[in-house]
Structures are given as C-alpha cells and as structure tokens.
Design a protein around this ligand. Structure first.
Ligand code: TYM
Length: 329
C-alpha cells in the first residue's frame, strides 16, 4: 500500500480567526483529513514578528488550537502542535537564511504590506518570516501545503530554497506543492471588497469572526459593501456582491448557475439574509464545540503535547541531515 501524502499547514494566533481563514484554509484541512497524513501547527513564533502582549499570546495560542479542534481537526487523524515547542524550526530557519539571497527575500509582498501597517516595528524577524515558514514546511518532508492564495509567494520561496539546498549540498528536502482550493482562496473584507479579509484590519464590519454571535453576523452581512446594480450574478468586476456570492458558493456547495437562478428574481436583501443564515448555521456547531472544549484546557494541552511528540522525530531527522550536509558539527 502506498503511504499517504504528507500535508502541513499553519496559522498564526494573532487577532481572531475569521471566515477567510476558515474558508481559505481550515475548512480544507478538515475536509482532506482522511486522505492525507496531516500536520497542523499554531505558528506562535511567527506571531511575535508583530508586537504581542506575552500573556495574551499564550492564551491566544491555546484558544486557537481549541478553535481548530472545534472546526473539526481530529487529533486521531492529524497531529496538531505549537511551533515554539519544537526548537528545530528556528534552527533550520537559520540554515535556510544562509541560503536565501537578499534579492529573493526583498521581493516578498507580505513583508512590504506588514511594514506599511507597522511602521514603528519593522524588525528583522518580520523580514525573515518566510525563512521560518520554509523551515516549518521543509522539516516534515511535506508533499502538500493547503493555504489561501496570499501564501503562494512564500511557498514558492520555500520550494526555491529547498531546490537550491538539495543542489548545493545533496538531497535533503522534499519539494512541497501549494494546495490552493480556488473557492474560498481569497475572501475579501466585507467593508472593502478590494482588500483581503484580515485579522488586523480595524473596520468594525470588515471580518466575520468564527465566534461572532448570530445577530452580529447578520448585521455585518447586511452592511457589507455592494453596488447600485441589483442583479445577482458572479461578476468579478462587481467585487462586493462577487465576494458574498463566493462565500455562499463554498458554504452551500451549490454551483454558480443554480445560485444565480435561485436569486435571479430577488434583491440583495433576500440574498444577504440567505447568506447570513448559511454562515450562522455553519458556525453554530463550531461555536458550541469551542465553548465545551474551552472548559477543558488540560485536554487541549494534552492533544498539543501528543502532536508535538508525534512530529518531533521527523523534524529532528531532517534537521540533523541538513546540519550534517552543510558541515555543522
Ligand atoms: P495566517 O495566520 O495569516 O492565515 C492562516 C491561513 O488562512 C489563510 N487566509 C485566507 N484565506 C482566504 N481568504 C482570506 N482573506 C485569508 N486570510 C488568511 C492563509 O492563506 C493561511 O492559509 N504565514 C502563514 C502561517 C504559516 C504557514 C506556515 C502556513 C506559517 N508557517 C507553513 C503554511 C505552512 C500565515 O500568516 O497565515
């Protein structure tokens, strides 16, 4: 029997997890659990590239793990762990740092975006962020990395540094492929459909968070920016309604033609109510499970410990191989 392909992905415990994270990444992780050998990581070391309150960061790290399990990550099918529990991540990142050219790192668009958003804290970690991300992936000899489309460039860099290292020093890393599911790959802000939905945007109606109450979800969707046209069709040139329709498409599982038919004689108001219903229905069981799990932090910590124990030998093997190949004692 063929061994299952290895899947790795990560999410930062910054801000609150939102519908973009869910539709672009977490939902796909859950959906593909049976088919792959899965490793998921709460990347708390990445989070400190932006200033964090230390106590809050610790709590958010556990809360996010709790949310991932509430969303359906099954500890019997997937290893879930906290990045900072495995020291090989920053150790390999250093080796990779020494094999990435400044020019390649300087091209990373997320660094430019984040620097603009945090002009008083443009630190070296923020610049080197993609090397740590590459280490996360390469340590586990990964086949596939399921992410939203915003991470594509980082995975391209990961592939390039892995190929360069293998070429220069000998076979060490498996070359991973990004897995970007078109539907949900880029959920846009509700208040501004020209920018990606993000944890850090400040607009009150920008994002739907997974823990939002039903009335809050309804209000946010009702206030979502659309346009003065009233036809309900998938048209990328009308980014507001297009974004809402894409969310509806992923959550309903219906195809575009039947969605357009369903709402062809109805206005934005009816469509927005239907969208709110479907979002609320999807989030309700997740929220209930989250609340149950939150009351048992010991159980969450146990899952995380088991996850770290399960993946540690793979990380150690890859790191030792890289260290040896590059001539470090
Ligand atoms: P992060 O924490 O920003 O986001 C987690 C996942 O959610 C996806 N995502 C979105 N998808 C669709 N629409 C959106 N508006 C949206 N916003 C976020 C992201 O693409 C991501 O898949 N650098 C990564 C974390 C990371 C990582 C890794 C990922 C660190 N090491 C190794 C994969 C493999 C990040 O900041 O994700």
């Amino acid at each position: 029997m063929c061994a299952k392909k290895v899947v790795f992905s990560g999410i930062q415990p910054t801000g609150n997890i939102h519908l973009g994270n869910y539709l672009g990444a977490v939902k796909n992780w859950v959906d593909m659990q049976d088919a792959y050998d899965n490793i998921f990581c709460v990347v708390n070391s990445h989070a400190i590239t932006i200033k964090q309150d230390p106590k809050e960061l610790m709590q958010k790290t556990i809360d996010l793990a709790c949310m991932l399990i509430a969303c359906g990550i099954d500890p019997m099918k997937s290893s879930l762990f906290i990045q900072s529990e495995i020291d090989y991540h920053p150790a390999l990142a250093w080796i990779l740092d020494c094999n990435i050219f400044m020019g390649d790192m300087t091209r990373m668009t997320q660094f430019k975006d984040k620097s603009k958003k945090n002009p008083k804290n443009i630190n070296v970690g923020l610049f080197n962020y993609p090397a740590l991300m590459a280490a996360d992936i390469l340590l586990y000899q990964v086949d596939l990395v399921p992410v939203g489309s915003d991470q594509k460039q980082h995975i391209e860099l990961t592939r390039n540094v892995a190929m360069k290292f293998n070429r220069d020093f000998g076979e060490c890393f498996k070359i991973p492929e990004p897995l970007i599911i078109k539907e949900g790959a880029r959920v846009m802000g509700l208040d501004d459909p020209l920018i990606k939905m993000s944890k850090s945007a400040t607009g009150k109606n920008h994002a739907i968070f997974l823990l939002d109450e039903p009335d809050v979800i309804l209000t946010k969707i009702k206030k979502a920016t659309t346009d003065s046209n009233s036809s309900i069709v998938f048209d990328e040139n009308r980014p507001g309604i297009y974004n809402l329709l894409c969310i509806y498409e992923v959550l309903s599982g219906k195809d575009r033609t039947s969605i357009e038919d369903e709402f062809s004689t109805k206005g934005y108001g009816v469509f927005k109510n239907a969208l709110a219903d479907i979002v609320i229905d999807r989030l309700k069981p997740i929220q209930e499970r989250y609340r149950q799990l939150k009351s048992d932090e010991k159980y969450i910590k146990e899952i995380l410990q088991n996850g770290a124990n399960a993946v540690l030998p793979r990380a150690r093997d890859t790191y030792n191989k890289a260290k040896d190949l590059i001539g470090l004692l």
